[in-house]
Design a binder for this molecule. Structure first.
Ligand SMILES: NC(=O)c1ccc[n+]([C@@H]2O[C@H](COP(=O)([O-])OP(=O)(O)OC[C@H]3O[C@@H](n4cnc5c(N)ncnc54)[C@H](O)[C@@H]3O)[C@@H](O)[C@H]2O)c1
Length: 418
């Protein structure tokens, strides 16, 4: 049981973490107030860009993270930063943050902030993350780490140079069903991965919902489907199957003058059009193969992320729209029982919050789970996952898909330069 309660102090302090009689040294930048043999740490968070979509998801996540399971620390939602004072104040009040600001530089310079959570459009990620790391803050940044590979490389270098914890917001990999699939891969239940097939489909394009703001501008933060929703299925593939070695891809950008056609590649590139649809195949370094699809022109698909992973000893299927379950087939199943069974997530699976299965879980749960794991990494002095290096590699895969679509050839991911 934790008895003390504390704020976190200067960035480089080594602290002594005591909990239930266990002693662990960590590089946490924390103040501790000692209770009777136990400590409790409060981690103070500043969220940058907190008035948007992800500001909402992360505000719920930060509130839930220490409640849903023992993260080893309490969370203080200290400061919400927005582009202007009025927006910052309104969002801070609605989402229950203590303070607000329109100046992220001033906020990350404060001694009483321990974590900087960056949920701005991607074009602002690098500058804020690198400054926050330099100020000794633990940094969580939304995906994609950046749409610019050179910036992602700089962010990775800054994270690796620092002694703080950094993590990227590929939330879907933290769903209990995905954690269970990972466990079945690690313990050999599924055997060696052979083929991964994933798609991430939405319908906003076909419904004619015109993108606005940063999402609509390539180079100003928007990237199109490959870098946006496609990055999630690349992250999942890398997490579950392993590094992608090479890719070949096709990119479709909608012709504004003809709703039955994709623009010719030359025109797409010259006009800096966002990609509205993408298909790519991949070879993994461990010999597995994969195929991927991402589009916003899929009628009826609100936010469907689906994959199938065939391995030497079995096969799993996951659909985010039924994120509480997965389909499983094992080669060792008795012949008369072969086929797919549905496995419902329950209290026997990692990161499941309820005393019995079937309670339902979704996007907010995932937002909280990723932040909870980030906090645990801080408390235990471990690296965050996915790391800036993982997310930079995902960015390199995206760049390889783009290069392949432009050059009409296979592209080796390691050979892609910024
Ligand atoms: N993991 C997911 O499921 C998921 C889903 C959606 C978006 N995202 C990612 O989250 C990030 C943000 O996306 P969003 O949909 O929340 O965007 P959004 O436009 O809804 O919100 C971004 C906010 O950042 C603010 N902002 C911009 N520049 C700022 C600055 N310099 N200082 C302070 N605030 C600033 C804007 O005013 C806006 O309120 C992007 O990287 C996006 O790819 C992730």
């Amino acid at each position: 049981m934790f008895l003390g309660h504390a704020h976190i102090g200067g960035p480089d302090r080594v602290r002594h973490w005591r909990r239930s009689g266990q002693n662990t040294d960590t590089h946490l930048n924390a103040n501790d107030i000692q209770g009777e043999g136990s400590l409790m740490t409060e981690i103070r968070v500043a969220i940058i860009g907190g008035g948007g979509f992800m500001g909402y998801a992360h505000s719920l996540g930060w509130a839930l993270a220490p409640i849903a399971a023992d993260a080893g620390a309490t969370i203080r939602k200290s400061v919400l930063v927005e582009a202007d004072e009025e927006r910052a104040k309104a969002a801070a009040k609605r989402l229950n943050w203590d303070e607000w600001s329109a100046d992220w530089r001033q906020v990350i310079a404060r001694d009483d902030i321990d974590v900087v959570d960056i949920v701005t459009p991607p074009a602002a990620h690098a500058e804020i993350a690198i400054a926050a790391l330099a100020a000794g803050k633990h940094v969580f940044v939304e995906k994609p780490i950046s749409n610019d590979l050179a910036e992602a490389d700089l962010m990775q270098a800054a994270a690796e140079k620092s002694s703080v914890v950094s993590q990227v917001g590929f939330n879907y990999r933290h769903a209990p069903a995905i954690t269970f699939i990972k466990r079945m891969l690690d313990d050999g239940t599924l055997g060696h991965p052979l083929q991964f097939r994933a798609h991430y489909t939405q319908d906003v394009g076909v419904l004619g919902r015109v993108l606005s703001g940063w999402r609509a501008k390539k180079g100003a933060g928007g990237s199109g489907v490959t870098g946006d929703i496609g990055s999630h299925i690349i992250d999942l593939a890398s997490y579950l199957v392993g590094d992608i070695d090479s890719v070949t891809g096709i990119i479709g950008a909608k012709d504004p003058a003809d709703d039955t056609a994709w623009l010719p590649d030359k025109q797409r590139r010259a006009g800096q059009h966002l990609d509205d649809a993408a298909l790519w195949m991949a070879k993994f370094t461990n010999g597995a193969i994969g195929s991927f699809a991402a589009t916003v022109y899929a009628s009826g698909r609100k936010n469907r992320m689906f994959f199938e992973l065939e391995c030497t000893r079995g096969n799993v299927e996951f659909d985010w729209n039924h994120s509480d379950e997965l389909k499983l087939s094992l080669v060792s199943d008795p012949p008369e029982q072969q086929g797919f069974r549905t496995v419902s997530m329950n209290e026997n699976h990692d990161d499941f919050w309820w005393p019995l299965g079937g309670m339902g879980s979704g996007y907010v749960d995932d937002a909280a789970l990723q932040l909870q794991k980030f906090v645990k990494a801080i408390v235990e002095g471990r690296s965050g996952a996915p790391s800036f290096a993982d997310a930079t590699r995902t960015q390199r895969v995206i760049a390889a898909v783009m290069e392949s679509a432009d050059s009409l050839r296979w592209v080796t991911v390691d050979e892609v330069t910024a």
